[in-house]
Design a binder for this molecule. Structure first.
Ligand SMILES: *Cc1c(COP(=O)(O)O)cnc(C)c1O
Length: 401
């Protein structure tokens, strides 16, 4: 990793990234950075994490040649990276297990986390239960109402859920509350950030823990076809599954990297979360990156049918990869994602997360424009059981979650 890695060392990706945090957190962020740099190459730490990933989370995940989709779309060969098969149903556990293990090495006994739809909260509560740690999850009050099942699931796993009533009672307010709680109590507490965002070292650390995805894709595809992919596709919310799927291909300049963001009801409406297409550079949640802002520079309300993609920012490394034209970012609307949800279920027998279906929707557009000897790898970030009731409602069928 030449250029990109160099930028990372200083906690910067070009102009993006950095550490925009209160003075009171500086010491703890420095301790975390030192611990991460110490343990990331430590053989015992790596062996223990690998054991958890393989024997608890279920790695390596499959790389599956989707033959019916390939035939139907009449173009590139389509391979699906099955992160949906991980324990707890998504890629999130890769990062959570890594950070929980690091926190334990640092002597912490308590994990706090923010969550929007509840997926990251459930993954963190899972790791806390597994490792015998305390867990408290911050969640916007509106999300607590909308995601009652996940709130109960976190409590079942032994976590305490705090309903955050400030602001709009959604994810960005939950992040603020978790950050405040961390500032208040750093001695025994690690703030387990769920995506490639926040102050350095989080964007780098989360990317590294997720990069197992592209490490496996590369080895599995070489074994199955003897080739590298022509395109790697993933959905982007904060950007962690996409960074994980991209990372080991960044230096393979012939591999196109494409991130799919939530265009909601269309990027020309005000109901979307297409940060890289419509956002402006700003500073929020401890980092310099692209954010959806109004004319006064205030963070905008965002919208997507997919709760995992409706964050008003994006990880700084994606902002950088876009700026240097190493990765491309496209918007996918709710309608397109829902069509893809039904399509992949019927073509391949896979009910994929609505987040992941933003990437599947772009496969449907791109594959027919490519040759049959070319390869697309699409990352399926999670499974879609959680979305079935909402998709039914979208189609006008009322069923209970
Ligand atoms: C949380 C989530 C996402 C979005 O998060 P990233 O950090 O952008 O990967 C995407 N897919 C699923 C299934 C998720 O749970």
């Amino acid at each position: 990793m030449d250029k990109v890695e160099e930028q990372t060392k200083a906690g910067r990706f070009g102009q993006f990234g950095g550490q925009y945090i209160p003075e009171t957190l500086m010491g703890e962020i420095d301790r975390l950075t030192a611990a991460y740099n110490k343990y990331k190459d430590d053989p015992d730490f790596k062996a223990e994490l690998k054991d958890l990933l393989n024997n608890y989370a279920g790695r390596p995940s499959l790389l599956y040649h989707a033959k019916r989709m390939t035939e139907d779309l009449c173009g590139a060969q389509i391979y699906l990276k099955r992160e949906d098969l991980n324990h707890t149903g998504s890629h999130k556990l890769n990062n959570v297990l890594g950070q929980a293990l690091l926190a334990q090495r640092m002597g912490k006994t308590r994990l706090i986390a923010e969550t929007g739809a509840g997926q990251h909260g459930v993954a963190t509560a899972t790791a806390a239960a597994l490792m015998g740690m305390e867990c408290e999850v911050f969640m916007g009050s509106l999300d607590v109402e909308r995601q009652a099942l996940n709130v109960y699931r976190m409590e079942l796993l032994g976590a305490k859920v705090h309903s955050v009533t400030t602001g709009t009672g959604t994810l960005k307010d939950a992040v603020n509350a978790a950050m405040q709680e961390w500032t208040r109590r750093v001695d025994d507490t690690h703030y387990l950030i769920g995506s490639t965002m926040g102050p350095y070292p989080f964007p780098t650390m989360v990317r590294d823990f997720q990069s197992v995805i592209s490490e496996e894709i590369k080895a599995q595809l070489l074994e199955q076809t003897g080739k590298l992919p022509d395109v790697v596709l993933a959905c982007v919310g904060g950007g962690s599954n996409a960074m994980g799927a991209f990372y080991n291909f960044i230096d393979d300049k012939d591999v196109r990297l494409i991130g799919c963001e939530a265009a909601g009801k269309g990027i020309d409406t005000d109901q979307h979360a297409a940060t890289l297409e419509k956002g402006r550079t700003g500073i929020f949640h401890g980092m310099k990156s692209k954010f959806l802002q109004d004319d006064d520079g205030d963070i905008k309300e965002v919208y997507s049918i997919s709760a995992g993609l409706d964050y008003p920012g994006i990880g700084p490394e994606h902002a950088f990869l876009q700026e240097i034209h190493r990765a491309e970012y496209v918007g996918i609307t709710d309608d397109e994602a829902v069509d893809a949800f039904e399509y992949i279920a019927q073509q391949e027998g896979i009910v994929a997360a609505i987040e992941s279906c933003h990437a599947v929707a772009y496969v449907k557009k791109l594959a027919p424009t490519m040759r049959k000897d070319q390869i697309i790898v699409c990352n399926l970030s999670g499974r879609g059981d959680k979305d079935v009731a909402a998709i039914a409602r979208y189609r006008g069928v009322d069923i209970h979650d």
